[in-house]
Design a binder for this molecule. Structure first.
Ligand code: GLY
Length: 269
């Protein structure tokens, strides 16, 4: 997930898509409104899980929860920073019940536990960590109160954080960008003026990706490897030239419901 540093990626929590997955929430940013196919989503999810296993991570696979069509998007339900957790109140009312199993799974492994308070709302998908700086998207899902509570949590842990307005056509900040390592930030070309990354260290290169590869800007870096979505040749070529080893995964069914690579995992040490 996007709050984890590279050394955090030892354990990963994932959850299979449920049979009700076709009813997952979507803005149709990346489709013409087609519903995702459950069986194909399951196959793509299995590949995602196998990738982490092959990379040597300890995978905790949670069972699907049928009453929550979006339950595979575990990233939104917990903000884990160096094994301290902030449990958000997520922005979509239909998704709030997904959190119980996540709380039960994560809590025993955390050094400290913090809770978002009303009227705060924040989704994990609105947080992008670049090295030791956190960028938090103000979006349809994350409000000022939720963001400010999460910023207090970060401040107490010694981290800087900044707020970025997420354009209204996008669900989350992670829908638009990612840092596959602490020196690279991928963003779509047309967001260059809107996404303002305050105080970004000079060592971080912002790479602008053509807008037709916006979905490809969401990646997961693990050591010198980077997981990218299949079909984004500019992203692939640029990251490959940077010396990263590329792992491509098919993501079409998750893309249909605004789900990116990072949305499907929660990492901790
Ligand atoms: N479909 C993912 C979400 O809306 O949270």
């Amino acid at each position: 997930m996007s709050t984890s540093s590279h050394s955090d990626k030892k354990n990963v929590i994932v959850r299979q898509p449920p049979r009700s997955f076709a009813d997952a929430l979507t803005t149709s940013q990346f489709t013409n409104g087609e519903k995702p196919d459950y069986n194909l989503a399951l196959k793509q999810h299995n590949e995602y899980v196998e990738t982490f296993e092959k990379l040597g991570l300890n995978v905790i696979l949670l069972e699907a929860e049928e009453e929550y069509p979006d339950c595979c998007f575990v990233e939104d339900q917990a903000l884990i920073v160096d094994n301290h957790v902030f449990f958000p109140i997520t922005g979509a009312p239909s998704r709030m019940g997904e959190q119980k199993t996540i709380i039960d799974t994560i809590t025993p492994h955390m050094k400290s536990i913090h809770w978002c308070q009303e009227p705060g709302r924040i989704d994990g998908g609105d947080v992008v960590r670049v090295g030791d700086i956190f960028y938090i998207g103000k979006s349809k899902r994350s409000n000022d109160e939720g963001i400010s509570q999460f910023q207090d949590f970060l401040f107490k842990l010694g981290f800087e954080s900044y707020v970025i307005n997420v354009p209204s056509y996008s669900l989350h900040l992670t829908t638009l960008c990612s840092a596959p390592n602490s020196n690279i930030l991928l963003i779509p070309e047309s967001t260059a003026n809107d996404l303002v990354f305050e105080n970004l260290p000079n060592s971080v290169e912002i790479i602008k990706i053509p807008d037709n590869e916006t979905y490809g800007c969401n990646t997961i870096g693990i050591g010198n490897k980077v997981i990218i979505s299949e079909g984004y040749s500019t992203v692939k070529n640029i990251l490959s030239k940077k010396g990263l080893e590329i792992i491509e995964l098919p993501m079409s069914e998750f893309r249909a419901v605004d789900g990116s690579l990072t949305c499907l995992s929660l990492f901790y040490q």
